[in-house]
Design a protein around this ligand. Structure first.
Ligand code: ZN
Length: 82
């Protein structure tokens, strides 16, 4: 299973099937929530801050906190942040 290398969401769960590169092709590494037109939407470089951001977003969407934590705990180890 391929996960977004920025936020850890399985790309299969991405309604758009992945972000877009600057040439319009589909990214195979990043989801459409993190990445579009060849750039990241979130400009920061702090993995823990982004982890917190994604976690808060999931909780706001009604995710259980423990599930949101499980879904985001890999973020600092993903390719974008290492
Ligand atoms: Zn993502």
């Amino acid at each position: 299973m391929t996960r977004c290398q920025s936020c850890a969401m399985p790309l299969s769960k991405d309604p758009d099937g992945g972000g877009t590169n600057s040439d319009g092709s589909r990214s195979t590494e990043y989801c459409s929530l993190c990445y579009g037109d060849g750039a990241f939407y979130y400009k920061g470089t702090d993995a823990l801050e982004y982890q917190r951001f994604v976690y808060d977003m999931l909780v706001k969407q009604g995710w259980w906190k423990v599930v949101a934590w499980l879904a985001t705990r890999e973020i600092p180890r993903l390719k974008r942040w290492t």
